[in-house]
Design a protein around this ligand. Structure first.
Ligand code: 3PG
Ligand code: MG
Length: 352
């Protein structure tokens, strides 16, 4: 573990107290309903602990989306999240505050807004790992106004992801993919230089093939599923990576690469995976990503998945139960693994 853990909610005296609980309830919505409640359910252990230990009131707060305009206020209102949380925890002591980002002070870590949030509360519990890389009023400002504690999810994330930064069991295999190579350069460099092998697929592989930005040599796909256009029903065929017909695109890693990647993953003692191998939203280009998900499930070592797309792929492949840790953080997990200090964590006193 790289840095000491923040003090746990488990050590707080919450009996009869009013608690401000910051969770990351930033979930996808569809048609005015919560489309995926993973983050809500991940927040329940801390909420239940507070209620079981006699909290008088728990005010849950979170941001939702990135509201900018007035119209966004309807689109990102907390009501669907509130409704889902109420179904899961029907307890009158729980209230869900409105989207913290409806207040323009939130993202500026404005003290007045932090005071409004803290008003009437005795304690602050931060369980929002997914937002811990943001220095906002609800993640940092309030921690300066109230006695602050870390929630159980936040601590679990720090422990599990922290294992990748400490003494790892080898071989350690890092698997990355997706489109946005710039977003991942930092984590790939930091973690990749400690890994025994770094497997890269997706569009990122082509970027890296052009000019390797790392001080290690990643394993790149030798074959791809090529498509005549960027379309779900495009004509497609398997080709060596360097034999793509003119104007064609590689939309998945090919069968030969899948075998190589899967072998490295299943034989590893530690694996971190972030980013799909191709356009896995389209079934015809999903096999490479599914092969990686299955290999992770088969691996007997410590396996961690972070980032929205790979987390979704693990669920779609039906192997979530066989993965050691699925992070609820996207940007937060990458920043942590890059070796950066997370402001939301730094704002909480360390454990005694
Ligand atoms: C996330 O979904 O990554 C977190 O909730 C943070 O959201 P943000 O990137 O809008 O700050
Ligand atoms: Mg496993």
């Amino acid at each position: 573990m790289s840095s000491p853990l923040p003090r746990s909610v488990d050590t707080a005296d919450v009996d009869g107290r009013t608690i401000l609980l910051r969770a990351d309830l930033n979930v996808p919505l569809e048609g005015g309903r919560v489309a995926d409640d993973t983050r809500i359910r991940a927040s329940l252990p801390t909420l239940r602990l507070l209620l079981d230990r006699g909290a008088r009131e728990v005010r849950v707060c979170s941001h939702l989306g990135r509201p900018k305009s007035e119209e966004d206020r309807a689109r990102y209102a907390m009501e669907p999240v509130r409704a889902r949380l109420r179904e899961l925890v029907p307890d009158e002591r729980v209230t869900v505050l409105e989207n913290t980002r409806f207040n323009p002070g939130e993202t500026k870590n404005d003290t007045d807004f932090a005071r409004r949030l803290a008003d009437g509360c005795d304690l602050y519990v931060d369980d929002a790992f997914g937002s811990a890389h943001r220095a906002h009023s609800s993640t940092v400002g309030v921690a300066e106004l109230l006695p602050a504690y870390a929630g159980l999810l936040l601590l679990d994330e720090l422990r599990n992801l922290g294992r990748l930064l400490g003494d790892i069991e080898r071989p350690f295999v890092l698997v990355s993919g997706g489109a946005k190579v710039e977003d991942k350069l930092g984590v790939l460099q930091h973690l990749g230089s400690r890994a025994d092998s770094v497997l890269i697929g997706g569009k990122m592989a082509e970027d890296v093939r052009g000019e390797n930005p790392f001080d290690f040599d990643p394993v790149l796909p030798t074959d791809v599923v090529a498509a005549s256009a960027f379309a779900e029903d495009a004509e497609s065929r398997v080709t060596p990576f360097d034999a793509l017909p003119d104007g064609w695109l590689g939309l998945d890693i090919g069968p030969e690469s899948r075998v190589v990647f899967a072998r490295a993953i299943t034989q590893a003692q530690t694996v971190f995976w972030n980013g799909p191998m191709g356009v896995f939203e389209w079934p015809r280009f999903a096999e490479g990503t599914v092969a990686v998900a299955r290999a992770l499930a088969e691996c007997a070592g410590f396996t961690v998945v972070g980032g929205g797309d790979s987390v979704r792929a693990v669920h779609e492949a039906g192997v979530a139960e066989q993965v050691s840790w699925i992070s609820t953080g996207g940007g937060a997990s990458l920043e942590l693994l890059e070796g950066k200090e997370l402001p939301g964590v730094a704002a909480i006193p360390v454990a005694a």
